[in-house]
Design a binder for this molecule. Structure first.
Ligand SMILES: C[S@@+](CC[C@H](N)C(=O)[O-])C[C@H]1O[C@@H](n2cnc3c(N)ncnc32)[C@H](O)[C@@H]1O
Length: 336
């Protein structure tokens, strides 16, 4: 995939917008330099792309904010249907008539279906070319009049009953449900409350479930952080609506936050980054949690039971106390 993507990006790069999500990280990590622009909803990728691309934009795929038009978009399709449909719907406004959208993906990525749907949207013939294990679809825009695909109204933040009235949106991991592990962790908050006014970091905040649960129990100052642009938008909205004191800021596993700022860190770390497994993620969350805590600070973590958290936490924390093992999750209290 990386080689095919590189080839496609090298065709007329200055006219090309690269839509980059988890599938594109490997190419940037390999040191690939691109003279065009890149748009991503992931902070780590936007960061990595700085200096390796002409310009890198970080947003929840806000095409309307891009200053210029491009003649090509290259998009390794993501696994989230709403995101792919949103990109296909938005592409005509960016590239204009005669412009090209290039989709690529492996057999399991849904690329064949996306190619068919994008052809309808673009008013052109479907194209699909196989190279090795991957497929490429090149779609040239003939008109802007084709039917829009169902993108679940991608940009809209919505208030959900299933989230007890919190706001969320597609594009965010597990966007329309309360994570079971997070609910179990929140159940431990009443017995581990920090002092009133304490600084709390919500690491990998998503739409802000953990912060909003803790805020019900006292007045604290929150720093909520996530890698995903949609998560930051939703969390900001929930802080605003709930009158929660704090800031919402992007970071890769908390790496961009200042050391020693927190009395308490609350965290349900991803064991999937995007939708791909990245082995060192839990460790990075743990080492940053320890770094963010001031002396005597506490971190409350929940992980899937197959993650050996005590072993991973041991180099960073002096006390590791299991709290509960339930429904496939383990909760821990970690102290410096
Ligand atoms: C299991 S979810 C928990 C979300 C939220 N705290 C909750 O309880 O609903 C993990 C979160 O980590 C975020 N995440 C994934 N990779 C990340 C990274 N490298 N840096 C920061 N956050 C990340 C995801 O976007 C997701 O919101």
């Amino acid at each position: 995939m990386a080689y095919l993507l590189q080839e496609l990006l090298q065709e007329n790069p200055r006219e090309t917008l690269w839509i980059a999500d988890e599938n594109s990280k490997a190419l940037l990590q390999a040191g690939f330099g691109f003279t065009g622009d890149l748009l991503t909803n992931r902070w780590d990728i936007a960061h990595l792309a700085e200096g390796r691309c002409n310009r890198s934009f970080f947003s929840d795929f806000h095409f309307t904010e891009l200053e210029r038009r491009y003649r090509r978009i290259v998009f390794p399709v993501s696994k989230e249907k709403a995101v792919v449909h949103h990109v296909i719907n938005s592409a005509p406004h960016v590239i204009g008539e005669g412009g090209e959208l290039v989709l690529l993906g492996g057999k399991q990525s849904g690329i064949k279906t996306y190619a068919t749907r994008a052809a309808t949207r673009f008013g052109c013939r479907k194209s699909l070319e196989k190279s090795g294990l991957d497929y490429t679809s090149r779609l040239v825009l003939h008109s802007d009049g084709g039917e829009r695909l169902d993108d679940q109204d991608y940009p809209r933040l919505r208030q959900l009953e299933a989230l007890a009235g919190l706001y969320s949106k597609p594009g965010l991991f597990g966007w329309n449900k309360i994570d079971r592990g997070s609910a179990l962790l929140a159940g431990h908050f009443p017995s581990h409350l920090p002092a009133p006014g304490a600084n709390v970091v919500d690491l990998g905040c998503g739409y802000g479930f953990l912060s909003t649960e803790l805020a019900k129990l006292g007045n604290f100052h929150f720093t909520a952080t996530d890698n995903n642009a949609a998560a930051l938008l939703a969390c900001e909205r929930n802080f605003h609506e709930g009158g929660i004191a704090g800031v919402v800021t992007p970071s890769d596993a908390g790496g961009d936050l200042q050391s020693g700022i927190a009395e308490l860190v609350i965290c349900n770390p991803p064991f999937h980054q995007g939708f791909q497994v990245e082995g060192d993620l839990t460790e990075r969350f743990l080492s940053n949690a320890a770094r963010l805590l001031g002396p005597g600070g506490t971190a409350l973590f929940v992980v899937n039971e197959f993650i050996p958290l005590p072993k991973k936490a041991q180099p960073h924390f002096s006390a590791i106390e299991p709290l509960e093992r339930k429904e496939g999750f383990c909760t821990f209290r970690l102290r410096r």
